[in-house]
Design a protein around this ligand. Structure first.
Ligand SMILES: [Zn+2]
Length: 247
């Protein structure tokens, strides 16, 4: 399994980083884990042809995690001449929210007859599922997004990548991260406790309870970006746009 960080920024592009999007290449399929609004630009910057992407897995339904969908769908329809099927999965409520986003940005676009097979699925937290050859299990976390926000655990080819999504600290993350080859953990602020997000101070405090092989911190605001070296010195991988990791 290979991870490419397409975007690891927060909602506001702090530090000039693109909004969240992780590209995961399994043995046969390639997917995006989250797809923030800036993703179409970030994919082109990394020379990733969206026609090579088989599916998109969404942790939660905030614009910095799923906002690129209307743009990528229309680009696929009208410019990329896409024929490869596209599967999008996310938490309960994904179908309705994707349709709503399309109608807000491009009225009537949700009524398109897509030129490629297009399917939106919803993953029930706690229930194991299978998407494009990846075993997937999600857990509900604490982050208000008008639908369940989830952490995501993906396994393929004997490797497991886990991802917190956006959340304040919750013990629901423990089984998600347990034994994973890589756990991508949101680390929004350096020290402040904020609703819906985890600080570096809290992460350090809880670290011993997390049992993945490696932890990568992501989704950092300016206070945390300024202290990245501290995270590196403490043994965390620090996400950067363009980083590639063989898992
Ligand atoms: Zn976010």
């Amino acid at each position: 399994m290979r991870l490419t960080v397409i975007g690891c920024g927060d909602a506001f592009g702090s530090g000039g980083r693109f909004q969240t999007c992780f590209m995961i290449e399994g043995s046969t399929r390639k997917i995006l884990l989250d797809c923030g609004a800036s993703t179409p630009v970030a994919l082109k910057l990394r020379n990733v042809d969206f026609n090579t992407i088989d599916g998109i897995v969404l942790s939660h339904l905030h614009g910095d995690h799923f906002g690129a969908l209307p743009f990528l769908l229309l680009e696929s329809q009208f410019h990329l001449q896409r024929t490869r099927p596209l599967t999008v999965v996310g938490p309960p409520g994904t179908r309705e929210r994707v349709t709503a986003a399309m109608e807000v940005f491009f009225p009537r676009s949700s009524k398109n007859v897509w030129r490629f097979p297009f399917e939106v699925g919803e993953i029930t937290p706690g229930i194991p599922d299978e998407v494009l050859g990846f075993s997937i299990k999600t857990a509900e976390v604490i982050h208000h997004s008008g639908a369940p926000s989830t952490a995501v655990r993906l396994t393929e080819g004997g490797k497991t990548l886990a991802y917190s999504g956006d959340t304040e600290w919750t013990d629901a993350l423990l089984p998600v991260a347990d034994g994973a080859d890589l756990f991508i953990m949101e680390c929004y602020d350096y020290s402040r406790s904020m609703p819906g997000h985890t600080s570096f101070a809290t992460l350090k405090d809880k670290r011993a309870s997390l049992k993945p092989k490696l932890i990568m911190v992501t989704h950092m605001n300016p206070t945390m970006l300024a202290r990245q070296d501290e995270a590196r010195a403490a043994g965390f991988i620090v996400a950067e746009d363009g980083l590639v990791l063989e898992i």
